[in-house]
Design a protein around this ligand. Structure first.
Ligand SMILES: Nc1ncnc2c1ncn2[C@@H]1O[C@H](COP(=O)(O)OP(=O)(O)OP(=O)(O)O)[C@@H](O)[C@H]1O
Length: 328
């Protein structure tokens, strides 16, 4: 990685439309974003949101129907050819009859054909990705987690400035996921720009400084991961209401700070923008016991923001942003 050629990802007015026989699918419906050097960014969105299509355009695997994608001012294909961008993709990419070591050597020799900025240090990459114990194992005998680590090692060979991971831990168990992210973390400190798509929202919380939420081909929120969580839902207050819980539910629902309230048997769960006042009210006037206040998870933020975006989309004269909507 060289400091003089650091990529900035710039998407301007990017659309991608797939024309099928019987329908037209808009996978990306106008995305504008910039990702600066050294940022670690999570790309989150429900199935079909447009994450993979956007990543494919950043990698030059597919062209936008409209708009431009630039990496450090270059066309993505040129950036990939120059070894500035690498990816760990969801599927494919490995030859099952080769061993781990043969795979690394074969791919390294391909990179050696291109003019290089820095010499490839296979040993350092093996060390970083913990592949030493399985170097002589055939790829077909490696677990899913080990194969992903091998793909990660391959992606590091050209020492890219920008690393893109499309759901790199899909299908891994909890331990394999933890190991994968520990390996990633060792690399992230080096100042590489990293963009990853994930369905595991806790991975975004633990690993990304910035989270971009995508829904229906559009960015619906973009900011520091902590901020994304905070704008969504305030705090969740839950407590047991021994006496007249339905009456308490109705009282809580009428409060302006309440975003949502549910009652399961005698357990009341309320999402509110003023948790201290609600806790005081419940303890003082409603005989609440076993009261807990918790921060909203990114999962909650995601659901709220996605709903807010859908509501905004269906209300033509509504001029508020999803973030303003969610903060109400
Ligand atoms: N090659 C293609 N031809 C037609 N439609 C496509 C193609 N690729 C993607 N789509 C459609 O575009 C939309 C966005 O898909 P995309 O794979 O980018 O979403 P995603 O956010 O990555 O979803 P997931 O989390 O399920 O991987 C979907 O409706 C999908 O069916």
């Amino acid at each position: 990685m060289t400091s003089t050629s650091t990529p900035t990802v710039a998407l301007t007015g990017v659309h991608k439309v797939f024309k099928l026989k019987k329908e037209v699918v808009t996978a990306v419906a106008g995305i504008d974003l910039t990702i600066d050097r050294g940022e670690i960014v999570a790309f989150l969105g429900p199935n079909g949101a447009g994450k993979t299509t956007t990543i494919d355009m950043i990698l030059g695997l597919t062209e936008p129907t409209k708009g431009t994608v630039l990496i450090d001012g270059l066309n993505p294909r040129h950036a990939v050819e120059a070894g500035r961008v690498s990816a760990v993709l969801q599927t494919g990419g490995l030859l099952h009859d080769l061993t781990v070591k043969e795979t690394l050597q074969a791919v390294a020799s391909l990179h050696d054909l291109a003019p290089r900025r820095t010499p490839i240090n296979i040993d350092a990459i093996i060390e970083k990705t913990g592949l030493q114990p399985i170097l002589n194992r055939k790829v077909s005998k490696c677990s899913g987690g080990e194969q992903q680590r091998l793909k990660f090692a391959l992606a590091l060979l050209p020492d890219p400035d920008l690393l893109i991971l499309d759901e790199p831990t899909a299908g891994m168990d909890v331990n394999a996921r933890r190991e994968f992210w520990a390996t990633m973390r060792k690399d992230a400190d080096s100042g590489r720009t990293i963009i990853f798509a994930t369905h595991y929202l806790e991975e975004a919380e633990q690993f990304a400084q910035r989270t971009i939420l995508v829904n229906r081909g559009k960015v619906i929120a973009d900011g520091p991961t902590d901020h994304i969580r905070a704008i969504a839902a305030g705090r969740t207050v839950s407590s047991t209401i021994g006496k007249n819980p339905e009456q308490t539910l109705a009282a809580v629902q009428s409060l302006p700070e309440t975003k949502s309230a549910t009652l399961t048997h005698d357990r009341l769960t309320v999402t509110t923008t003023n948790s201290d006042a609600l806790a005081l009210e419940l303890l003082t006037n409603h005989g609440a016991t076993d009261l807990e206040i918790s921060k909203p998870s990114l999962e909650n933020a995601f659901v709220d923001l996605t709903n807010a975006a859908s509501n905004t989309a269906t209300t033509a004269e509504n001029n508020t942003t999803p973030e303003q909507e969610a903060a109400r």
